[in-house]
Design a protein around this ligand. Structure first.
Ligand SMILES: [Ca+2]
Ligand SMILES: [Ca+2]
Ligand SMILES: [Ca+2]
Ligand SMILES: [Ca+2]
Length: 309
């Protein structure tokens, strides 16, 4: 019961709408031409970037979200991406006229198998009303089959978000069960979206199956949005930073009075406590996630969400 009351108290936090993570595929260098897989097309494997070929992977440097590409063969394997295909980061607009945001996007064409793109997981700790958006463009052509078979005559596009905390999935788009041509979603940029779960770790995934140069899927402007808990205290005399925090937390105050600092886990269980006059706290290596920090200084008591990376 105490825990329950504690949680209600904590709902009174200032907040601000914002973008949590995004990519517009603008950071990687765009390289023209085809990508040629050097792996075995009869085996599922992660795709490697090759020199002087379009990049299929990206490691985030703190700006745009990263992503990793994989290939999964048909049940009866075809040539896959070993024959050289237009996939990966591109600035080519020959088919589409323009990208939906900026000069570059990501394309998946003539895969002769399944092209899987997994984005870097996104932490939704402390984010309320989280949502994901992604723009996609499906080139107008004669797709075959309804996508229910893992075969060359069964084109398919699925965009979904894995909730890594709950083990669930939510679709942004799934053409499985339909001939893509029957869905009326070709030849224009469409913004897909899905509602996500608060306080989860989530991962956007694209699964594309197509098998001709005319069959091409394009993607741009991926963004995770939501309302972020504010990192400033209601009490202006005390501030904490950074938040998210790794191991060193600064608790700064105008007053020189002793601070009683207590950290709780998400269930309201106290996991750490210290009475100090120092401003610098060296935190224990807790698992990443959402915590609450309570600071009592003289008559002031203030509680705030704390995200540990
Ligand atoms: Ca872009
Ligand atoms: Ca191919
Ligand atoms: Ca068709
Ligand atoms: Ca096809």
């Amino acid at each position: 019961m105490k825990t329950f009351q504690f949680m209600i108290f904590l709902i009174i936090v200032q907040s601000a709408a914002g973008q949590i993570a995004s990519t517009s595929f603008e950071e990687p260098l765009s390289i023209s031409g085809s990508y040629t897989d050097t792996g075995d097309p009869s085996m599922a494997h992660s795709l490697l970037d090759n020199s002087n070929e379009p990049l299929v992977n990206w490691v985030s440097a703190g700006g745009e979200l990263g992503y990793q590409a994989y290939y999964v063969p048909y049940d009866s394997p075809g040539v896959g991406l070993t024959d050289g295909d237009p996939v990966g980061v591109s600035d080519s607009v020959a088919t589409i006229g323009n990208y939906s945001d900026g000069a570059q996007g990501y394309r998946m064409s003539d895969c002769d198998g399944n092209f899987i793109l997994e984005f870097e997981p996104v932490d939704l700790s402390g984010v309320t009303n989280p949502q994901v958006f992604i723009d996609f463009f499906i080139a107008a052509t004669g797709y075959e089959g309804d996508g229910t078979e893992n075969a060359s005559g069964s084109d398919r596009l699925r965009i979904y978000v894995k909730d890594l905390s709950l083990g669930t999935e939510v679709d942004v788009l799934d053409t499985t069960g339909n001939d893509i041509n029957d869905l009326g979603i070709e030849d224009s940029w469409i913004t897909g979206m899905a509602l996500l779960n608060e306080n989860s770790q989530v991962q956007l995934v694209i699964e594309a199956r197509n098998n001709s140069a005319a069959e091409a899927f394009f993607f741009d402007n991926v963004r995770f949005e939501g309302t972020l808990a504010n990192t400033t205290f209601n009490n202006p005399e005390i501030s904490i930073y950074p938040n998210p925090v790794k191991d060193i937390l600064i608790v700064q105050s105008n007053s020189k009075e002793t601070k009683e600092i207590t950290i709780y886990d998400i269930l309201g269980k106290m996991i750490w406590s210290k009475t100090t006059q120092e401003d610098i706290l060296y935190l224990d290596p807790w698992s990443s996630g959402l915590y609450f920090i309570k600071i009592k200084q003289g008559k002031h008591i203030t509680t705030q969400k704390l995200v540990v990376q």
